[in-house]
Design a protein around this ligand. Structure first.
Ligand code: DGL
Length: 270
């Protein structure tokens, strides 16, 4: 069981920010990544559709014999985590809770900002989680739909990125928050530009936080792979691998091999 892979899925390429952090923290683990590139973005879709897609992604990875499922996508985590937990007999970890815990630890004045896709913000998953732990905290949310295409175009710094960041974050900057959750897989790549604009505000990177949680869970379950020289990575996509490879290499800052196109119609769980 220890040598079984860790499964990670996302709507597309963005979840590679999560894979990168997990690989850093758990270098012996074999990682299987699924990017549903044929149906990205999830962030503009209804909860019902995102749940359906997420079940299909989870089923595909489960059939690969994974020991834990990491839902790297904030949109999926926001709306489908409970359903996936019910359906799978292995641990399922989403990005919301680790991000929330880190933000609660970071805030001094009790005012937290959250940015994410439209679907994530509309779901209210982050504020609900925050309030369930600390009801007094003030939460201000903002959807930033242009951040995803910006990152996918590789525009991470410079005047265009700065203008768009300012347009979305102006209100948050003046709202008195002292902590901001980057509630989307793509946003860590804009961290430098966001931090420059949100001077003095603590940014919470959910990719870093979830990787710590995965390590804790595996260690709690006695499932950490101690075999060195393992740590291979396999990538599956639902559309042509070319674009994934091109953008993915920006995300990972290294070459991506071992990439296969698959259909999620095969072998769904009920
Ligand atoms: N992976 C998505 C998220 O973290 C962003 C891209 C999309 O909208 O599918 O919310």
């Amino acid at each position: 069981m220890r040598e079984k892979p860790v499964g990670i899925f996302d709507s597309g390429v963005g979840g590679l920010t999560v894979l990168k952090e997990i690989a850093k923290l758990l270098p012996n683990e074999e990682l299987i990544y699924l990017g549903d590139t044929a149906r990205v973005p999830y962030g503009i879709r209804s909860a019902e559709t995102v749940i359906k897609y997420s079940i299909e992604c989870a089923s595909f990875l489960f059939k690969k014999g994974i020991k834990i499922l990491v839902v790297a996508c904030n949109t999926s985590s926001s709306v489908s985590l409970e359903v996936l937990k019910e359906k799978l007999p292995i641990a399922v970890i989403g990005v919301i809770e680790p991000g929330v815990r880190a933000a609660l630890k970071a805030t001094k004045n009790g005012k937290i900002g959250i940015i994410g896709t439209e679907a994530t913000i509309q779901s209210g998953a982050y504020p609900k989680k925050i309030k369930s732990i600390e009801p007094e905290i003030e939460v201000i949310s903002k959807a930033c739909p242009l951040f995803v295409p910006l990152v996918e175009e590789g525009i991470l710094e410079g005047s265009i990125a700065e203008l768009i960041v300012e347009r979305y974050l102006k209100e948050l900057k003046n709202s008195g928050i002292d902590t901001l959750i980057l509630g989307c897989t793509h946003y860590p790549l804009l961290k430098k530009t966001i931090q420059k604009y949100m001077e003095g505000i603590q940014l919470v990177d959910s990719a870093e936080e979830i990787s710590r949680e995965v390590k804790e869970m595996l260690s709690y379950q006695g499932l950490i792979n101690e075999k060195t020289n393992s740590g291979g990575k396999t990538f599956y996509v639902t559309d042509s691998p070319d674009r994934f490879k091109k953008i993915g290499e920006i995300f990972l800052d290294c070459k991506i091999d071992n990439i296969f196109k698959v259909s999620l119609e095969e072998g769904k769980i009920k």
